[in-house]
Each structure stands twice: as C-alpha cells, then as structure tokens.
Design a binder for this molecule. Structure first.
Ligand SMILES: [Fe+2]
Length: 329
C-alpha cells in the first residue's frame, strides 16, 4: 500500500516540529546566559581556569619584593632621634570594581584588597607595619567590613572617585582623622612617633587634574593649613594625597594643576618634609620634587601597560628609610 498523508498526519507532524524548535531555542538561551555571566564573578573565573578553591587561586600568585634603602643624608628632611616604625601605603584600590582584563587570576578589586591585607598580616610577625595609608580612589563602601575586621589603624584620603556623598562616608567612617581644629575637614594630620603625617585632599570628583581648592574640598583654606602644618615643630614630616604635584610646575593632565604645583613645590623647598606618597596615575614612579623623594604608588587593583599590582612598605629607621615594593604577579 502506498503511504498517504492525510490532514491528521500533517497536524501531528507540525506539533512535533514545534516542540523540537522550542527545545533547541531553550538550550541556546540557557547557553547564552552562562556565557554572559562567566566574566562577572570570581567563582565563575575559578571554574573557568579549573582551579577549585580560593586558596589554590591565591597560591598561583607570585610575590616579588623590591627593596631600596635611602640613607638619611639623601632625604630632604629627617629626624636623627627617630623612634623606628613602619607603615604601608595602598593606592587606588577601586574596591567595588569587578574582575579586570589582564588581572583575572586576582579576582575582583575587593579580592585584591584582601590579598594586600593578607600580605600585611604576614609582615606583622617581625617589625611589621603599625598602620596603613590609602591614597584615594578607595570605594570605601565595598570594603568597610574588611577594614573594620582588620586590626591595624587605617588612614585615608579621598580620590577623584570619591564624590560628595563618598567624602561624607569617609569622614563618618574615620571620625578621628577628618578634623581640622575639631571641625569636620577633608584634610587632616596625625602624629606617629613624633613624625607628622599630613593627609591632603587634592582631588575633585570627576576631574583628573588635581586642585588644592574646590567647592568639593571642605573647608576652604587648605593651602594656608598645609603651610602651617609643614612649619610645625616636628623634624620629620610625610605628605600623602591622591594627585601628585607636577615636579616642574607644568600644565598637564593627571597632575596637580600648574599653579597649585608651583605653590606646592615652593612650599616643599621651604619646609623640607622627609617624603611624599601619592596615587592616581596607575604607573609606579619615584620622583624628586624640590629635592624631596616623591613616590607615585602602584595601584593595588590595576595599572597602565598591564604593570603588576601591589603596595608599598615603608620603614623609618635611625639611619634612613627602607622602601619595599610588594608586587603581585
Ligand atoms: Fe584617581
């Protein structure tokens, strides 16, 4: 008998075809979702690289330490009777950012900040750091819990990523620091072993050129305050801030503005601080500004030209300053 298709056969064939098509679509839609979510979280990255735990992931990371000792005679200012101590400088942690291309194995920016603290914990055993400085672009809201649980004091300054509301968040979270003559202030100083640490606020939100004065830096009068701080009686002073002064007072992006740089550099020449630490540029540099050693500290989150991430350890000793760069590879 020849095979004949009637109307019923056509309807059944169409239903079967429809179910087959729906099945294929379902598979491809769920495949797309997985592919899209893969780059978003550390968990998926761990799966992607075939490494099972965070411990294993961290153990893939190499730690390189570069040391440099600066004798006190080479420093612009120093205190011969210094009581030795150490601290670390972390720059531009950008803590709320997700996994970044080129730095996938380190996880999110928050993971990278935790990695720095883990290394600092290891250092605590012998003459370890007594406090941490963070030189801006912090995204505090993403790491408040980590900082609260850590047992070293942390002192921070705002970067250009810290908007008006984030500056309030910094002032509220570090109420002992952000004070000038007892009133709230975005810039402040503190003493440690008779060394004066001067934290300046020289970044305006959404602006890569630095400023010592802006309607987002409160209160007005930072330049006069800075001059008075640098003239105080302590022999050794350290300045930390976000945007570095341009060493020749040139008019350039990513530096303190031309006129502020000229004012700042002249002040350094007249008041002779021991050294300075800044961030913002995401390229590590050591420069002289009016004869003073200035470090632009590498970011702990990402750097230009895919340079490795890390942080800086600084040890003030009787005979000078030991600088160690802790670099993650
Ligand atoms: Fe910045």
């Amino acid at each position: 008998m020849p095979l004949r298709f009637n109307k019923d056969h056509y309807i059944k064939a169409r239903i079967v075809l429809l179910f087959l098509m729906l099945g294929i679509c379902g598979i491809s839609i769920s495949g797309c979702c997985c592919a899209n979510s893969k780059v978003e979280t550390t968990e998926n990255l761990i799966g992607k690289t075939g490494v099972e735990t965070t411990e294993n992931l961290i153990s893939e990371i190499e730690v390189e330490i570069r040391e440099n000792f600066i004798p006190k005679a080479e420093l612009l200012g120093y205190d011969d009777n210094i009581e030795p101590f150490s601290f670390v400088v972390i720059s531009d942690p950008h803590s709320s950012e997700s996994v970044r291309k080129g730095y996938e194995k380190f996880g999110t920016a928050r993971d990278k900040f935790k990695l720095c603290l883990e290394e600092i914990n290891k250092m605590k055993k012998n003459d370890g750091p007594e406090f941490i400085l963070i030189t801006g672009d912090i995204h505090l809201w993403a790491i408040k819990d980590i900082i609260s649980d850590f047992d070293l004091p942390v002192h921070v300054v705002a970067g250009n990523h810290e908007k008006k509301e984030h500056r309030k968040e910094l002032r509220d979270f570090f109420p002992n620091d952000f004070k000038k003559n007892g009133a709230e202030s975005d810039y402040y100083s503190f003493l440690h072993n008779n060394v004066r640490f001067i934290g300046i606020c020289d970044a305006a939100p959404s602006e890569h050129v630095g400023h010592l004065s802006s309607e987002t830096i409160r209160p007005f009068g930072q330049s006069e305050w800075l001059e008075a701080e640098l003239k105080k009686e302590e022999k050794a002073k350290v300045i930390f801030g976000h945007v570095p002064p341009e060493p020749n007072g040139e008019d350039k992006n990513m530096w303190l503005s031309r006129n502020d740089s000229l004012f700042f550099n002249d002040l350094i020449e007249r008041t002779r601080p021991a050294m300075m630490f800044f961030g913002h540029q995401h390229i590590p540099k050591k420069l002289k500004v009016s004869g003073c050693d200035m470090y632009v500290v590498r970011s702990s989150s990402w750097n230009f030209h895919d340079l490795p991430i890390g942080f800086m350890f600084v040890s003030f000793q009787k005979k000078g300053v030991l600088i160690k760069e802790i670099i993650f590879k």
